[in-house]
Ligand binder design. Structure first.
Ligand code: HH2
Length: 304
């Protein structure tokens, strides 16, 4: 990729800049890459997610929220049927499919945006892909279900490989690293190699440092502050900091009051070269990232 802007300021020292004209293909969708990261709207159809918990468990409410996020500018919707908050218990496949299938069957065929399925279970991924999902967001980076890599490779969807230490039930029990960012980089590189070996093409692989998944506040801060090291791996980086507890720990606010902190984290991630920001607050995040993208790529905004 070539840096196409002649003028740029110090915040742009990203090792993976977006050139104008670049696109991202997700299933039948070819998304032109804007100057900012793409917006992935979070839709949790769960009774117990750490944020929005239960608000979209009802399929009618979930379908309405899907449409709202698209209207607000989401370019991808990430649909999840099992909470991965710290301490969460897993749900069985039947229940997870009951939750996400009820929404997918109503929105996927006519969706104006690509749908990602947030699952680590191969059966859920396969059924979701059969119903129109074009991306698998696997918080276990294809590790928890031995069939997952095959499903991704055979169906040709894009996979998000996320770093997590332990499982959602255990991950916050005293996570320890020698060098958190270096260890995340080695993990993501190894998982990308495993995906490649299973037949997933490189252009179908994205990586994610997994903010809050087996990390202390300090670890999360280092990840955001040193995100460029993860961007330098050469895979598009997705960051999901939205409303997470590290923001609450810094600002002393609960999940319902973490918008400003989430925007700060999203902008910092964008400046470091993140390609996708996963967010609960699409409209506000998009507006913040539009300004950020303009500063990162001023040559695209010379008309006025
Ligand atoms: N965070 C959550 C869930 N899935 N996927 C990726 N790739 N990256 C993330 O940071 C990430 C994720 C947790 O947030 P949320 O979905 O809002 O909550 P819950 O897991 O409680 O449903």
């Amino acid at each position: 990729m070539v840096w196409d802007d002649k003028q740029h300021c110090a915040v742009t020292a990203s090792s993976s800049p977006v050139s104008s004209g670049e696109t991202l293909t997700l299933g039948r969708f070819t998304l032109p890459l804007p100057a900012r990261p793409l917006l992935m709207g979070v839709l949790n159809v769960t009774p117990d997610s750490f944020s929005d918990s239960g608000r979209f468990a009802d399929p009618d409410a979930a379908v309405a929220q899907f449409g709202r996020m698209v209207e607000e500018g989401a370019e991808i919707i990430d649909l999840g049927g099992e909470s991965s908050r710290p301490g969460a218990e897993s749900v069985d496949t039947g229940e997870e499919w009951r939750r996400v299938g009820a929404v997918l069957t109503r929105v996927a065929a006519n969706s104006p945006v690509p749908i990602s399925i947030d699952t680590y279970k191969a059966e859920i991924a396969r059924r979701a892909i059969d119903s129109g999902a074009v991306m698998v967001n696997d918080i276990s980076a294809l590790r928890f279900d031995p069939e997952m890599a095959r499903v991704v490779a055979e169906t040709g969807v894009t996979a998000v490989l996320m770093h997590m230490l332990g499982t959602p039930r255990t991950m916050q029990q005293n996570p320890e690293y020698h060098d958190v960012v270096a260890e995340i980089c080695s993990f993501l590189e190894a998982r990308a190699q495993a995906a490649l070996a299973a037949g997933v093409p490189k252009e179908k692989i994205m990586v994610d440092p997994g903010i809050g998944f087996g990390k202390t506040l300090f670890h999360n801060l280092l990840i955001i502050g040193r995100l460029k090291e993860i961007v330098a791996l050469g895979y598009p980086v997705l960051v999901g900091a939205s409303r997470k507890s590290f923001i609450g720990k810094i600002s002393g606010v609960d999940e319902s009051d973490r918008l400003e902190g989430s925007l700060a984290a999203a902008v910092l991630a964008a400046c470091a070269g993140a390609r996708i920001i996963r967010t609960h607050d699409v409209r506000q995040t998009r507006r913040a990232l539009e300004v950020c993208g303009a500063v990162l790529h001023p040559a695209r905004f010379t008309e006025n």
